[in-house]
Design a protein around this ligand. Structure first.
Ligand code: CTP
Length: 397
């Protein structure tokens, strides 16, 4: 990162004390680091510490009363190759999402021409609040990269999602941005995501609790590295837009299979993260089923295994990754599944581990390769897990 210019924006959250460490990590990698602090952040870490570590004066106000100089936010906005706002409080997040320019940091955000990353940090209820979710979505839609808050103990003593992403992981993101941005260029990646809905009648279906988040984060990570991505998604509230993304929405396993069959041959890499329903109703009626007897039964038939199909026609040059969710004897079952479906890699989640699985934002994964070599990762937020998985796959391609 020698010579790369990183502008850090520091806002008033307790995690601001960790930014000293982040600046050291960035400096060690050779980046040139300048910092803007909001006045509130100066209560959490001293500007002198930040200035000393970054080896640049810290910018806080528009107007430096001591020597009568004006800090030009437009110049500051044009200086960096990357603007990273960390930690980002709910308050400044709301301002960024709505175009406020009431301090040097928010004004510089509006002036910045470079890519922007944000690392939100706040208490769990603030993070979960619909307003915060909407503000983050809004910034995502503007192309801002969100380094999602992590799970764990918070300053309030509560435990939940809201911790700032650790400086070491932020460094990885910044390094990826500068170095790895193009390491999947020229690759076409097929990803399946979300649940499938299997129709019973016009108003009912059999489904599962998969949110689709893991698949969408994998797609985002591959896109960031320059890949062309085809995302075949079951019903999911997740959203993603990118010029190199083809998003195909489907409902059922049969529809997903049909789309995968159209796409797989032209792809270099397949990552099948969808939670496909194993069975579907043998007959779906066009009329709503009326209630009659005290009991009713629905006959189910097995769905085709989409991943196994892709494995069965896989060419030497293609790399195929599947997921396994196991509850007992996890590694043995996953190894067997990897071999049976002819996969190059299987990502194992075990429900034995708290924080993994459906409808949670974290995951702890274990990767098993063709030689049954096991690589385990820590419990992390799903966007960080996606980075780990894509990084690992890239090393094997
Ligand atoms: N998969 C698929 N099509 C199916 C079922 C599963 O593509 N009809 C893919 C999933 O996307 C995932 C992997 O296969 O990558 C999961 O394999 P599966 O055999 O369904 O295992 P689990 O659901 O984890 O467990 P079980 O063995 O209990 O079915």
């Amino acid at each position: 990162m020698r010579g790369k210019r990183v502008l850090l924006g520091i806002t008033g959250g307790i995690a601001a004390y960790k930014i000293a460490g982040l600046i050291r990590l960035l400096r060690k990698e050779g980046a040139d680091v300048k910092c803007i602090m909001t006045p509130a952040s100066c209560d959490f870490i001293s500007p002198l510490t930040i200035a000393t570590l970054s080896e640049h004066p810290v910018q806080i106000e528009f107007w430096d009363r001591r020597n009568g100089s004006w800090t030009n936010h437009v110049d500051l906005g044009l200086w960096p190759d990357l603007f990273l706002i960390t930690p980002l409080t709910a308050n400044t997040l709301a301002k960024l999402a709505h175009g406020y320019a009431d301090n040097l940091l928010t004004a510089t955000y509006l002036s910045a021409r470079c890519p922007v990353m944000i690392a939100p940090a706040m208490d769990l209820d603030m993070y979960a609040h619909l307003t915060t979710t909407e503000n983050l979505e809004r910034l995502r839609g503007h192309g801002v990269r969100v380094l999602e808050a992590q799970y764990g103990e918070l300053a309030s003593g509560l435990v939940g999602q809201g911790r700032m992403m650790e400086p070491e992981d932020q460094l990885k993101e910044v390094k990826n941005f500068f170095q790895g941005a193009h390491d999947l260029e020229g690759k076409r990646v097929l990803i399946t995501a979300g649940p499938t809905y299997e129709k019973i009648d016009p108003v009912r279906f059999i489904g599962n609790h998969s949110s689709g988040k893991m698949g969408y984060r994998l797609a985002e990570s591959a896109l960031r590295r320059g890949a062309e991505v085809i995302l075949v998604s079951g019903p999911s509230a997740q959203r993603l837009e990118h010029p190199a993304l083809q998003l195909i929405r489907v409902e059922s396993a049969l529809e997903m299979l049909e789309e995968v069959k159209k796409q797989w041959e032209q792809c270099d890499l397949g990552i099948f993260a969808a939670a496909v329903a194993d069975y579907r109703p043998a007959e779906a009626t066009d009329q709503k089923i009326k209630k009659k007897e005290d009991e009713m039964s629905i006959r189910l038939v097995k769905n085709p295994d989409i991943l196994a199909w892709a494995g069965s026609v896989k060419k030497e040059s293609q790399f195929l990754v599947g997921f396994a969710l196991e509850t007992n004897d996890a590694v043995r079952h996953a190894e067997e599944k990897r071999a049976r479906k002819n996969l190059d890699l299987i990502v194992l989640n075990t429900l034995e581990e708290a924080g993994s699985g459906f409808q949670v934002d974290t995951n702890r994964v274990h990767l098993i390769d063709r030689n049954n070599k096991l690589t385990s990762f820590e419990l992390k937020e799903k966007s960080v897990v996606a980075e780990d998985i894509i990084e690992f796959i890239k090393s094997r391609l």
